[in-house]
Design a protein around this ligand. Structure first.
Ligand SMILES: Cc1cc2nc3c(=O)[nH]c(=O)nc-3n(C[C@H](O)[C@H](O)[C@H](O)COP(=O)(O)OP(=O)(O)OC[C@H]3O[C@@H](n4cnc5c(N)ncnc54)[C@H](O)[C@@H]3O)c2cc1C
Ligand SMILES: C[S@@+](CC[C@H](N)C(=O)[O-])C[C@H]1O[C@@H](n2cnc3c(N)ncnc32)[C@H](O)[C@@H]1O
Length: 622
């Protein structure tokens, strides 16, 4: 090929101009003794673990990943799985990746298209990309120094592929090597194209052996080696930067082969609840080869809060990059990919969304968020009133956050899409998990999780909400995108806008109320004054109960004091994006593999957090 993709920022190339593919094979595959390293698995006693984890620093064009993916498919047993984790601060556009890989389009075949179809939005956080039953990519978008300490994994093999150390020192420092030591299995291998002295010394100090090998092409040396034992000072520093190990244990992470194996042998997973949380679990677990079975108390999917015909998908916003953003931002990205796949079957309408800065508090929060969340401007930007009005198709009086990938779809149809080809038992009101024969159980039944003995103490409550379908008017029909202002309105579909929604903790019935329609219309007209004189009429509506905890964060994880009961609930007003990310994380816990959830965020999601908080105040919840 002529030249190779080059980073102007680092003044360096992504891979060898001579032949990137051969360089990958020489440095990273042969350097790590692949495929022999995974082929040796599954034969000796205590070695039945069928799972192999690679972690890479610097995803770039994905050339290394595609090479491993192809090699794994060609050489691994069908029962073996590959988790490929890669950290990348400056993700390339899908188009740039396609162009960079063009010389190998034939060699990789459909794999490039598959990768690009599933390639996440370029927003900071942990992104899970399920390639197929065998192969999983977890892309950590962000700075290596921030993302590796958030990771929980048991790594077999490292590809160190930052730009050259002199130009990109952040990828080659003591902290990175210390995190490698924390995350490595004993004997984990690594390889890298550089043999720079600082890198050799840093790796050795972190407990890795260092062996010089012949470099690729004109390069004299490269290095490779394996993890023997952590050097005391770097491993304690690495632990300080990650979550304390007792918390990690309480989350149910498996860092030892026996636990991983016993989990991997679980097959049949009973899911209690046929709403978004339950069906998203079924959909995800099926992709990982589990046999999910749903038990639903009513005679239909989406009987509860998930039964609306229209739901809007967007992340919850917070000022800083924190647990909330670490959960909701990648959840949103994952949802966009999932919704695209479901497409017309769920009325997927990516019309974009404007979030109006209609209070000083929101303006401050949104502006801070734009600075801290590290989203590419293709996916999030602040727009002034003129641009907001152009995007909306009607006059808008506030500055706004614009999320072009956002939109709406039918949650009810999404439940049905998720549960396609899944065994569902209707009219089964489960009272006790022992009623069901399964290897593990997931409680995904909204606030009713509290009715199970193991979760009676969970501080969860129901908050009623009502949506109103409004007939379009002469002025409203021009609306082109979702508008959020505290409530929300969608563009007209078949002559009808959806508006929502009320919040009423104090009402416990689901009758549709005229006064709630009035409230939804009032909120709309107060915030979009262009529509204030329109004579809106509600043609229908639906009320439901949102489940929410006292800290307004979802509850996803292993049920305390249980080894095979899990929970996924309390998504509040963000059930669409939250439920699919929760399902992905539970799948990881059930598999016992590398987690798609930063460890601190996983703790923030865990039911265990309430027990620990109570204990700090001196009382026992359980
Ligand atoms: C008015 C309103 C508007 C909303 N708008 C949006 C929106 O635009 N975007 C968005 O993302 N989110 C929205 N939400 C939130 C979203 O709907 C919820 O977060 C989501 O539906 C929760 O899904 P779930 O599966 O946890 O609960 P549910 O949908 O309530 O499902 C729980 C299921 O469990 C079943 N069940 C209960 N107990 C048992 C048992 N013992 N055995 C068997 N089955 C049982 C129930 O019958 C039910 O089907 C809205 C919510 C409301 C109320
Ligand atoms: C040599 S390229 C990686 C090539 C890649 N492995 C491939 O297969 O195309 C180095 C990568 O490191 C990324 N990078 C540089 N500094 C970083 C940092 N501090 N944190 C995370 N990634 C970084 C760059 O954006 C670039 O994509």
């Amino acid at each position: 090929m002529k030249g190779a993709p080059r980073s102007t920022q680092f003044d360096d190339i992504y891979f060898s101009a001579e032949n990137g593919l051969e360089e990958t094979a020489h440095v990273f595959l042969h350097g790590n003794d692949l495929p022999a390293a995974w082929q040796g698995r599954g034969q000796g006693e205590g070695q039945e673990q069928d799972q192999f984890t690679i972690c890479e620093t610097g995803f770039g064009t994905g050339l290394n990943f595609l090479s491993v993916w192809k090699l794994f498919e060609e050489t691994a047993e069908e029962t073996q799985t590959l988790d490929f984790i890669s950290v990348e601060k400056y993700p390339l556009k899908a188009e740039e990746i396609k162009n960079s890989l063009a010389p190998w389009a034939e060699y990789f075949g459909l794999r490039i298209d598959i990768l690009l179809e599933k390639y996440p939005l370029r927003i900071a956080g942990f992104h899970r990309v399920k390639i197929n039953q065998q192969i999983t990519l977890t892309l950590l978008i962000g700075d290596v120094a921030e993302e590796l300490p958030r990771l929980e994994a048991s790594v077999d093999c490292w590809f160190l592929d930052g730009f050259t150390p002199a130009k990109n020192p952040d990828m080659w420092n003591t902290e990175v090597f210390a995190q490698m030591a924390r995350l490595s299995k004993e004997g984990a291998s690594y390889a890298t194209y550089t043999a720079a002295g600082d890198v050799r010394r840093g790796l050795a100090a972190a407990g890795f052996s260092v062996e010089k090998q012949k470099g690729f092409g004109h390069k004299r040396d490269m290095i490779a080696g394996c993890f023997k034992a952590p050097c005391h000072s770097v491993s304690s520093e690495a632990k300080r930067r990650s979550l304390v190990s007792s918390q990690v244990r309480s989350l149910g992470y498996a860092r030892d082969d026996k636990v991983e194996n016993s989990r991997a042998n679980r097959k049949k997973i009973a899911i209690i609840g046929g709403g978004l949380a339950g069906t998203a679990c079924a959909y995800t677990l099926k992709q990982y080869g589990f046999e999910p079975v749903i038990y639903e108390a009513s005679d239909q999917l989406g009987h509860g809060a998930s039964g609306n015909s229209v739901g809007l998908y967007n992340p919850r916003f917070s000022k800083l990059r924190d647990d909330l953003s670490n959960f909701f931002a990648p959840a949103y990205a994952q949802f966009v990919t999932t919704a695209k796949e479901a497409g017309g079957a769920v009325d997927y309408t990516p019309c974009g969304a404007l979030h109006l800065m209609n209070t000083p508090e929101k303006t401050e929060r949104f502006m801070s968020m734009v600075n801290h969340w590290q989203w590419h401007e293709d996916h999030l930007r602040v727009v002034d009133t003129k641009e907001a009005s152009d995007i909306a198709g009607i006059p808008i009086e506030y500055e706004a956050l614009y999320l072009p990938d956002s939109g709406y779809l039918s949650p009810k149809k999404l439940c049905e899409f998720y549960a396609q080809d899944v065994e569902v038992h209707f009219n089964r009101h489960i009272k006790n998990v022992n009623e069901i024969d399964a290897d593990a159980v997931i409680l995904a039944c909204g606030a009713a999780v509290k009715n199970f003995d193991s979760l009676t103490w969970l501080p969860i409550e129901s908050v009623r909400g009502q949506i109103s379908a409004l007939q379009e008017t002469a002025h409203s029909r021009d609306l082109k995108c979702d508008i959020h202002y505290g409530g929300y309105v969608t563009p007209s579909r078949e002559g009808v806008h959806m508006t929502g929604s009320t919040f009423e903790k104090w009402i416990d019935h689901l009758d549709v109320l005229e006064k709630d329609h009035g409230r939804n219309i009032n909120t709309l007209q107060k915030n979009i004054t262009f529509l204030k004189n329109e004579d809106f009429k509600a043609v229908s509506g639906r009320a439901g109960m949102r489940a929410a905890t006292n800290d307004r964060f979802p509850v996803v994880g292993v049920v305390p004091n249980s080894s095979n009961t899990y929970v996924s609930t309390a998504f509040g007003s963000h059930g669409l994006v939250g439920s699919i990310a929760g399902a992905q994380y539970l799948a990881d816990l059930l598999r016992g593999h590398a987690s798609c959830m930063p460890s601190k965020t996983a703790y923030a999601l865990s039911p265990q957090r309430f027990i620990d908080r109570a204990a700090k105040k001196g009382h026992a919840l359980v």
